[in-house]
Write a protein that binds this ligand. Structure first.
Ligand code: MRU
Length: 354
């Protein structure tokens, strides 16, 4: 029963740091290379961070939020240059707003990205309104992004504690996609619940859906759980129904990319189907996500933008005459969700407090 939980073996997914010469850098795990290779990239180039987000080198809603905030901070440092006069400060401000918008648009579904970019941008506006020079703004943005990185881990640990209380001893948990440490700065949301429950000896096993087409479950969740010492069984997406029918699943726990005001939750494509299966088999279905994933401006799931990705993810070798539809996310209606677990507690979807 996971006596040997080894979270110390998990890398920090995204980590801002100061280089020896004082320059800001972002270190990130290039998740495209997992499970074959654990490679940490380090860059001071905000554009490289945007590229990493678009290509899924950095992925998972909270992780792309922290990376997006870091990208704004890296731009702010690069653009700060030397001495600046009043005209240059106003050009800096305009360019900052434009760049922040470009970063926020790198991926459309996870609201954490825009939330994080808006938060650092707000910090920059306050500093500039107060007469700060660009170099001081850059310092303030670095500090803010670093704070967000720490807050993300703290939120995940709180989610873990609230979620673990919902599980009983000997739980067999099914998860979809990767809402683990790799999807956050550290610790994870859905897998954060697993880790907190494992510390209490409650986890017998995690079933990881492979998660077609990109394979976040097959490549990332199974790697992460094995490394952390949590018993894991990898299943193809189309095996979940049989597994549930055999009575092998006690709870489903997934993450989310955006939760509408009514509790409808967008997550990796296939999550909705798992929720339908869980309801059919009488299995509780939990969504674990920080409050930054909640978008109160969107009334229900129909308003959540769903990213459509390249056909090559589904069909690596194109077949003439065959079209591919590749939505990266789907929406699970609130009615299929047993509880939404945030850093504040575990809520029925229509009673969500944020
Ligand atoms: O396309 P991805 O890999 O970024 O999708 C990630 C997910 O759907 C996760 O489940 C979600 O972001 C929650 S991560 C804690």
């Amino acid at each position: 029963m996971t006596a040997n939980l080894r979270l110390d073996r998990l890398p920090r997914t995204v980590e801002l740091a100061r280089a020896a010469d004082g320059a800001a850098t972002l270190a990130y795990v290039d998740q495209r290379l997992l499970p074959g290779k654990l490679a940490i990239e380090r860059t001071a180039d905000w554009g490289a961070v945007v590229d990493a987000i678009k290509t899924l080198a950095v992925r998972g809603a909270p992780a792309i939020g922290v990376a997006g905030a870091a990208a704004v901070a890296l731009w702010a440092r690069e653009a700060a240059g030397g001495d600046t006069g009043a005209g240059e400060v106003s050009a800096y401000r305009a360019a900052l707003e434009r760049t922040a918008e470009e970063i926020a648009c790198a991926r459309p579904t996870a609201v954490n990205l825009r939330w994080a970019v808006e938060r650092v941008l707000g910090r920059a506006r306050v500093a500039l309104d107060g007469g700060a020079a660009p170099a001081a703004v850059a310092d303030a943005l670095f500090a803010e992004a670093k704070r967000m990185e720490a807050e993300d881990e703290a939120a995940n640990r709180a989610i873990g504690a609230h979620g673990a209380a919902l599980l009983r001893q000997g739980s067999r948990v099914l998860t979809h996609c990767n809402a683990g440490s790799l999807a956050t700065a550290f610790y994870g949301t859905a897998l954060g619940v697993v880790y907190a429950a494992a510390e209490q000896g409650k986890i017998e096993r995690v079933y990881a859906d492979e998660t077609r087409p990109v394979g976040q479950g097959a490549r990332l969740t199974s790697w992460e759980l094995a490394r952390a010492g949590v018993p894991c069984t990898l299943v193809c997406d189309n095996m979940a129904a049989s597994l549930m029918a055999k009575g092998e699943v006690d709870a489903v726990i997934v993450g989310a990319d955006r939760i509408a005001a009514n509790g409808d939750a967008a997550n990796k494509i296939g999550t909705y189907g798992v929720a339908v299966l869980a309801r059919h088999h009488g299995i509780p279905f939990y969504v674990a996500a920080p409050i930054s994933t909640i978008d109160p401006a969107i009334a229900d799931g129909s308003g959540i933008p769903i990213e459509e990705r390249d056909a090559s993810e589904v069909l690596p070798v194109a077949i003439e005459g065959v079209d591919v539809w590749n939505p990266a996310f789907d929406v699970t209606p609130a009615g299929l969700i047993t509880r939404i677990v945030t850093e504040r507690g575990a809520f029925e979807p229509d009673k969500l407090v944020y």
